[in-house]
Design a protein. Structure first.
Length: 476
């Protein structure tokens, strides 16, 4: 009932109401005005041709163009409209700049990250891998209570409950104590979990708040802020964990909710820069006239990269992950909740498996979204045919977005291995070269793998539907 109340009071309800009215009007015309069918058919062909021309001329990736052209061909009126509606500013991946030969894999990733995002590699004084949400909860609340200067939180989902309630109480207390407390949350991601006036509620409690892109029909509808960032003085967190009870086991949804995060001491400045880039984009009037000094470079500690993709511009993830997987020598082990792979990434994983690299992917066994899970299993079976081993997380829903390459390079972040994360949404993550932390991630993966289930075999009809869904995967 509460979710329904939020929906009726929130920003998704007007969009759903308008969509329903358009459908009802179309049905009415089809029934009441049959004499207009011939002119309507001519108009539909013209509309379809125009939408196809716009699609072909766009700078989107080929997979998205194919999916849109299929929509235009199979769905009169609706297909062209959807093709234009899905015209997000998703620029194609560009070839990464030449990198010096002889460098290690992490150094090549650092060069790519610096050239595309302008963020230099850093060194963390300490790093803790959290294999479940409950581990992050304890560390996060402890750090929040100790904060003195700043608390910056940027999350895709905030949801009313025990976890968020405890965090807000600490934020309010720290704000009264003089700390700079700011929160960014995504309007779409919180469409069913927060009331519309939640930002005003935060401001009334002394917590500065910014809402990422109010939900509106039209261009950019799916360009969301999918990041998970917490900056607490000099400590930074990132990973797949949102601020909601199901992520820390206080609310049971879809079996056991498996998620991961990483805590980095001394990485506050780098992730603070990511946060402030979004903050100033939402509040340009607050942008300082002089640029702050660059973070002081550390010469000792754990090498790490603060990864960033925004909703516009060059896409880092679409280039970084193929670089990492192609450079693997022994193993690539991946956690991902959603799987819909662009052709280059599918090819890189296939080639790695065929040259003897141990490539394994873990996906959920219990889905949170059945349509997305159907597509995930279709891609899992495709990977299986190409020599990549795939298993499902037996205990429930796997939401972790983590990877370990050759047992020494680890990644924890908000990126899913799907088109939306790689080409559309704002994402973030941490790539680190640390044997101890990477080993912890590797042990976690191995434990889940040993208890995992093989991907379910299906009949010819289901496989056919999966192939059809893969055509439209770039639009999901």
């Amino acid at each position: 009932m509460r979710r329904l109340r939020y929906f009726l009071r929130g920003r998704l309800f007007p969009c759903a109401l308008i969509a329903g009215m358009v459908v009802a009007f179309t049905v009415y015309l089809a029934i009441k005005l049959p004499r207009l069918l011939a002119p309507a058919a001519l108009a539909e062909r013209a509309f379809s041709f125009a939408a196809a021309a716009v699609t072909v001329a766009s700078r989107e990736i080929p997979e998205r163009k194919i999916a849109k052209l299929a929509l235009i061909a199979f769905l009169p009126w609706v297909g062209p409209a959807l093709a234009l509606f899905f015209a997000d500013r998703a620029s194609p991946p560009i070839s990464h700049p030449p990198l010096p030969l002889g460098e290690g894999l992490f150094a090549r990733a650092a060069s790519l990250n610096l050239s595309l995002t302008g963020i230099a590699p850093g060194r963390a004084a300490g790093m803790t891998y959290c294999s479940v949400g409950e581990e992050m909860e304890k560390l996060l609340l402890r750090d929040l209570r100790r904060a003195k200067e700043r608390i910056y939180l940027e999350y895709y989902i905030l949801a009313r409950g025990a976890f968020l309630g405890e965090i807000l109480a600490v934020l309010e207390e720290r704000a009264k104590a003089g700390a700079d407390v700011r929160v960014i949350f995504d309007d779409f991601g919180c469409g069913f979990s927060l009331p519309r006036r939640f930002a005003a509620e935060l401001e009334a409690r002394g917590i500065r708040a910014a809402v990422f892109r109010r939900v509106r029909f039209g261009r950019g509808f799916f360009e969301r802020d999918h990041r998970k960032i917490a900056v607490i003085d000099g400590v930074a967190y990132t990973g797949g964990i949102n601020l909601a009870d199901e992520y820390i086991g206080k609310r049971i949804r879809f079996g056991h909710w498996k998620d991961t995060a990483v805590r980095m001491e001394g990485a506050g400045d780098a992730f603070c820069e990511l946060f402030l880039r979004t903050w100033y984009a939402l509040r340009p009037s607050e942008r300082p006239k002089t640029a702050p000094p660059p973070p002081r470079g550390e010469t000792r500690g754990i090498p790490y990269l603060a990864l960033s993709d925004t909703t516009a511009g060059t896409r880092l993830g679409a280039q970084l992950f193929p670089l990492l997987f192609d450079g693997a020598e022994r193993s690539v082990h991946l956690f991902t909740p959603y799987l819909s792979l662009p052709a280059p990434l599918l090819s890189v994983l296939t080639c790695a498996a065929r040259r003897g690299v141990d490539v394994r992917v873990m996906i959920p066994h219990i889905p949170d979204k059945k349509s997305a899970f159907f597509l995930t299993r279709a891609y899992a079976r495709e990977l299986g045919r190409r020599g990549v081993r795939v298993r499902e997380y037996a205990a429930g829903f796997l939401h972790a977005k983590s990877a370990v390459i050759d047992g020494k390079i680890g990644f924890v972040g908000s990126y899913n291995l799907d088109f939306r994360s790689l080409f559309v949404q704002a994402e973030c993550g941490a790539l680190f070269e640390d044997g101890e932390t990477a080993s912890a991630l590797e042990r976690d993966f191995s434990s889940c793998w040993e208890q995992g289930l093989e991907v379910k075999k299906t009949n010819v009809f289901v496989r056919f539907l999966g192939r059809v869904c893969m055509i439209f995967a770039p639009l999901t």
